[in-house]
Design a protein. Structure first.
Length: 312
């Protein structure tokens, strides 16, 4: 069982599992990938690690699966950039070339003793439990558990980050009803498509359920960050409203001494860059920002409700 959790929002997250030492060599390999694939690989490693935590995997397996996430697409360094970065949908021939990244990555890992432990994840992360995947069409009993985890993380991030060559994206009638006429959120579309694949017997349902928890955690973390900023905005608004009140009292006074008294008080409350001429505008900007952030929080809580209504 895991004793410590990795905080991937912390700048020292990798050190929680000593991944900075274990992975230094493997991460060097990623330098040869295009920027999009490298970032995608980092995202998949992040998701795979956190899914493992919800699965209560051992620390050793979690480290192993995290590295598999980093290296799952390493074979793409051998795919022509004109195909990898093509802005339009790939042709059937181009898609067949793209699919070779699995065997190319496997061969590369097998030739390097330091990468060999992660070779099967590179090979099998597009295999399906029901045998409809590639490159070998193997079924659940032959697909390594780490590859099953990486596939779920991989497909989710590929849709959310809108990788151009992603094939048909399913949007169920249930999801259409939930999001009404709004532009479909990639997060919802990704989870919905993965749910459909789970129903078809392609991906591991338990792993997918843990991914849902990870996505909800991410959303709650985003809400937490916004709430921190809301508190800051509320403090600034309160301060500026006191200044506004002082100005009103100064305006209502006929005594110059009283006016000066309130003006001196206002000066003490001004922050850097604020003055008598601009504080009112700054106050309105803060009020607008506060309303926007509260609306964002409301939207994010609604996203969590939608995620929870999606069938896993």
């Amino acid at each position: 069982m895991l004793k410590d959790k990795v905080d991937f929002y912390s700048p020292v997250s990798l050190k929680s599992y000593n991944l900075d030492q274990v992975m230094r060599y493997q991460l060097d390999v990623l330098e040869r990938l295009d920027p999009f694939t490298r970032r995608h690989s980092e995202n998949v490693a992040n998701l795979a690690c956190r899914i493992c935590e919800y699965l209560h995997c051992t620390q050793a397996f979690t480290v192993h699966c995290t590295i598999c996430g980093y290296l799952h697409d390493v074979g793409k360094m051998f795919i022509p950039l004109k195909i990898l970065n093509k802005p339009d949908k790939l042709t059937d021939e181009e898609y067949e070339i793209m699919k070779k990244h699995t065997t190319l990555g496997y061969n590369m890992c097998m030739k390097d003793v330091k990468l060999r432990p992660y070779a099967l994840a590179a090979l099998d992360h597009h295999e399906a439990l029901n045998g409809t995947g590639y490159p070998n069409g193997i079924t659940k009993k032959d697909i390594p558990y780490e590859a099953q985890i990486v596939r779920v993380a991989d497909e989710y991030d590929a849709i959310v980050t809108k990788r151009r060559y992603t094939t048909h994206v399913n949007i169920s009638e249930t999801l259409k009803d939930l999001i009404k006429d709004a532009q479909p959120d990639p997060k919802f579309v990704a989870l919905d498509q993965l749910s459909e694949k789970r129903k078809e017997g392609k991906i591991n349902g338990l792993v997918l359920r843990k991914l849902f928890k990870v996505v909800i955690d991410d959303t709650l973390y985003e809400i937490s960050g916004i709430m921190d900023y809301v508190k800051y905005l509320e403090q600034q608004i309160k301060r500026l409203e006191i200044i506004e009140g002082y100005q009103k009292k100064a305006d209502n006074s006929n005594k110059e001494k009283t006016k000066n008294y309130y003006h001196e008080g206002m000066k003490l409350l001004f922050s850097e860059g604020e003055n008598f001429d601009n504080y009112s505008q700054i106050l309105e900007e803060y009020r607008t920002a506060l309303a926007d952030r509260n609306e964002m929080i409301k939207k994010l809580y609604n996203e969590i409700k939608i995620i929870k209504k999606l069938r896993v």
